[in-house]
Design a protein. Structure first.
Length: 260
């Protein structure tokens, strides 16, 4: 266990965005340089991101059925993380050897939230596009330092370019997101018109999220998206996604073929 002075020094560094390692690694005596090499997202591929939002029992039942493919990302969804904390990410990391997205939707306290997601096993994490610019800058910088992918979630952001323009560094991924509560509202769509605007200025990947089925996935990729996010949903849910009672392995393979 480090001395109190070391922890105090770490907190001061984290507040300035210059901490060299996650707090949990400091406490446990670990160093990020000895961590295993993390996978990163690359341009030129289309990815399928499958999101778990309910409970760990559903993760245990369904995740082993998903084919282990380098183009499949597994997401610890926001509701799952709110319910179980970092344990949700750790649980998925024990079952899934590939890339893991922690949908933490950071709005403040960027450095420590990225540290916690990283220490739990995430290879990517999300920050809200409506967060303060300082928060987004710190979030991206910390992700880069730790070797994980920064994703900006543009939910309820009308003009994503206005968020991106003043940033010191750009994220790996920009998420065009129709919120869950918006799915049942007529006329609410994923705004693909932003894809060309963003990609013409920045070398980033675009993710499409919110009510994605096979038809929407095909449309997303046609319009230039690199990642499609599909939720695992229960049969009684009003939202679109992959049913928790369906043949997950077959459907995942169909999605991968559809977005090739």
């Amino acid at each position: 266990m480090p001395a109190i002075e070391e922890i105090d020094r770490y907190i001061m560094q984290a507040n300035r965005g210059v901490a060299s390692q996650p707090l949990s690694d400091l406490i446990l005596g670990k160093n990020i340089l000895s961590s295993k090499t993390r996978e990163r997202l690359v341009s030129g591929k289309c990815y399928l991101q499958i999101a778990f939002n309910y409970d760990l029992q559903m993760v245990d039942r369904i995740l082993p059925k998903i084919p282990q493919d380098e183009r499949i990302l597994i997401e610890a969804g926001t509701p799952l993380i709110k319910r179980f904390g970092a344990r949700a990410i750790e649980h998925i990391a024990r079952l899934w050897p590939g890339q893991i997205v922690a949908d933490i939707k950071t709005v403040d306290g960027a450095v420590m939230e990225v540290d916690e997601a990283y220490s739990a096993g995430a290879t990517a994490a999300t920050v809200i596009g409506g967060a303060p610019r300082e928060t987004i800058d710190l979030f991206i910088e910390r992700c880069d330092e730790l070797g994980i992918d920064a994703m900006i979630d543009m939910i309820n952001v009308e003009k994503p370019l206005r968020v991106l323009l003043p940033l010191r560094n750009k994220p790996k991924v920009v998420i065009l997101h129709r919120g869950r509560d918006e799915e049942t509202t007529r006329g609410k769509v994923i705004k693909y018109k932003h894809i060309n605007q963003i990609k013409s200025k920045y070398d980033v990947l675009i993710s499409a999220a919110g009510g994605v089925d096979l038809k929407e996935a095909r449309s997303a990729v046609f319009n230039g998206a690199d990642i499609v996010v599909v939720n695992i949903v229960r049969p009684q849910d009003p939202w679109t996604g992959i049913s928790s009672e369906s043949e997950i392995e077959k459907i995942a393979k169909v999605f991968l073929t559809t977005i090739e």
